[in-house]
Design a binder for this molecule. Sequence first.
Ligand code: ADP
Ligand code: TYD
Length: 207
Amino acid sequence: MPSGFFITLEGIDGSGKSTQARRLAAELRRDGRQVVLTREPGGSPGAEEIRALLLEGPPERWSAETELLLFTAARRDHLEKTIEPALAAGQTVICDRFADSTRVYQGITRSALRSRVDQLHEMMIGRDADLTFILDMDPARGLSRALARRNGEERFERFGEQMQHRMRRGFLALAAEYPARCVVIDAERDPDSIAREIRDIARARLP
Ligand code: ADP
Ligand code: TYD
């Protein structure tokens, strides 16, 4: 049985990750691949319950440390129940956010927790994607797109625009840190052009 391929999409809130994750899943299914489309926080029943704890309520509800533990707990469940079984069955997994979001949001932007983020990742998760698209765009535009959705999950968006600037810089720094895995995509274009670029890169890298 061939081992599967793990693709993640990362970037600031409102950068178009969910839109592009859906489109990439549709393209790869048209190519005849078996695709599991999933997201974080969430992606398994237990992790979806943790998602509500994390994304609803006021920004000060959790410290960065508590958040790190909750995101890691959710990721561990998601990995056990959804991602690893699909990869073991040879499927392509497309995940809207994964460990890079923790490296940036908990590791860099809220406080200097990056070494703890890395330690926990090593101990409890132990794997990264095979290919990561980092959707890059102007933070003010991303934030206005994200807030326009009004789905009650705005706890992180409420940290404000300055934080979005730090997150953007954080994602670009990660792309430089993991150049073999990460591809930065200009996300300030029409959705069709972005989808074509992502599809072509994914096709070239897929086994
Ligand atoms: P994310 O998952 O990164 O938060 P979404 O895919 O949910 O982003 O997109 C946020 C909002 O912006 C949605 O309303 C979506 O329809 C819109 N959107 C996504 N991609 C684009 C694009 N390339 N140009 C304009 N609007 C977009
Ligand atoms: P999500 O619905 O993915 O955000 P959006 O669609 O607006 O990009 O919500 C996830 C929020 O949780 C997002 O603001 C980033 C944050 N987050 C972390 O802080 N750490 C993490 O490890 C993950 C996966 C998400």
